[in-house]
Design a protein around this ligand. Structure first.
Ligand SMILES: [Zn+2]
Length: 302
C-alpha cells in the first residue's frame, strides 16, 4: 500500500466533462496548529482537535476555488454559552494555512456527547469570508443546523447561486483530509449530461469513509471512488502552516482601539504585549512606540 500524501492539495478533472475536483491531505501543517492550540490550555477535548483539522481541510479546498489572490476564512461563532467560543481557519492563495480555537475548559460538558459538532456549535453561525488582495471583501453567513461541518457547507453551496459543489471532510488526531467536487460552467457537455454525471459522481463520493480519507493516498482514494471514470490528476501543490500576523497589523489593531484607550493601559503597565492567537508570537510595544502610532506620518520630503 502506498503512503498517504502529506500537506498537499491536488486538482483533478473528469475527462470530456464539466466536473472537476480537489483533494487535500494535511499532516505537519495540522500538527503545527494542534501544537499551538494545546499551548492555549489544558483539558481540550479531542473533538476540538479533529474539528480544527476539518476546518483546515475545508479552508484549503475552498481556497483552491478562488480565482484571484486573497485569503479565505472559515469561522464558526457558537451562539450559546458553551465551552467553545470560536473556531476558525484560513488559507491564502499561496497555500499558507492556519487555524485557532478558543475553548473554555471550565465550561466543558461533563459527557463525551456534549463534544460533537452539533452540541458544540448548535444555534451558532458559520461565516465564510473571502478577502481578495485587491477589491472588496465578501462574506456569507450560514446558520449551523447540521451534524457536521461538511453538511453545513454543502447546504451553503446548495443555497448560494454558485456552481454545484460538494465537500467531504475527515480528521483524526494525526491527519486531516478533504475532497471537493465542483461542476464547471457548461462547455463540453449538455446540462443534462453534466447533471447526470454530477449525480453519479456525488453518489460515489458519498461512499468514501472518513478513515479511508485520512489513511489512503490521493491516488488510492480516487481509484477507490472513480476507477470507472477517465480522470486526470494534476501535480500536487504544497501547503504549509504559516501565520500572516505582523507587527504592522498588530499596530493597526492598537490604533483602532484609540489613543485614549492605549494611554489608559500605560497608566497601569510599562508595555503592551499583544500575542497572536494563531502562532503565539508576542508583539511588544513600549509607551513611546505606542504613542508614535498616533502621530501622523510626516510629509515626505522630495
Ligand atoms: Zn501569528
Amino acid at each position: 500500500m502506498s503512503k498517504p500524501d502529506n500537506d498537499v492539495l491536488q486538482r483533478f478533472l473528469f475527462e470530456q466533462s464539466d466536473v472537476r475536483g480537489e483533494i487535500v491531505s494535511l499532516q505537519d501543517s495540522y500538527q503545527a496548529v494542534l501544537t499551538n492550540h494545546r499551548q492555549s490550555g489544558q483539558g481540550i477535548p479531542a473533538a476540538i482537535d479533529t474539528l480544527l483539522g476539518e476546518f483546515l481541510s475545508a479552508a484549503a479546498l475552498l481556497s483552491a476555488t478562488l480565482k484571484f489572490d486573497g485569503i479565505i476564512t472559515l469561522q464558526a461563532k457558537p451562539k450559546n454559552e458553551g465551552a467553545l467560543k470560536l473556531i476558525m481557519a484560513d488559507c491564502t492563495r499561496h497555500n499558507n494555512l492556519r487555524a485557532v480555537a478558543r475553548y473554555e475548559a471550565s465550561k466543558a460538558p461533563s459527557d463525551e456527547q456534549g463534544c460533537d459538532f452539533r452540541s458544540l456549535l448548535d444555534g451558532g453561525y458559520l461565516v465564510i469570508t473571502i478577502d481578495p488582495a485587491k477589491g472588496k471583501r465578501y462574506q456569507s453567513v450560514i446558520a449551523i443546523e447540521h451534524d457536521s461541518l461538511s453538511a453545513c457547507l454543502n447546504t451553503y453551496f446548495q443555497q448560494s447561486e454558485q456552481l454545484p459543489t460538494r465537500i467531504w471532510l475527515a480528521a483524526d488526531e494525526h491527519r486531516a483530509a478533504g475532497l471537493l467536487l465542483q461542476a464547471l460552467p457548461i462547455q463540453l457537455q449538455s446540462l443534462e449530461q453534466r447533471s447526470e454525471l454530477w449525480q453519479h459522481l456525488s453518489l460515489l463520493a458519498d461512499t468514501l469513509k472518513a478513515d479511508e480519507q485520512v489513511a489512503l493516498s490521493h491516488q488510492q482514494q480516487l481509484h477507490r471512488l472513480f476507477h470507472q471514470e477517465e480522470l486526470q490528476l494534476f501535480e500536487p501543490t504544497a501547503l504549509q502552516f504559516s501565520c500572516s500576523c505582523s507587527r504592522s497589523r498588530t499596530a493597526n489593531m492598537l490604533i483602532s482601539l484609540g489613543e485614549k484607550e492605549i494611554q489608559a493601559i500605560f497608566e497601569e503597565q510599562t508595555s503592551i504585549d499583544v500575542g497572536c492567537e494563531f502562532c503565539h508570537y508576542v508583539y511588544q510595544f513600549s509607551a513611546e512606540q505606542a504613542a508614535r502610532l498616533f502621530i501622523d506620518e510626516p510629509p515626505t520630503l522630495h
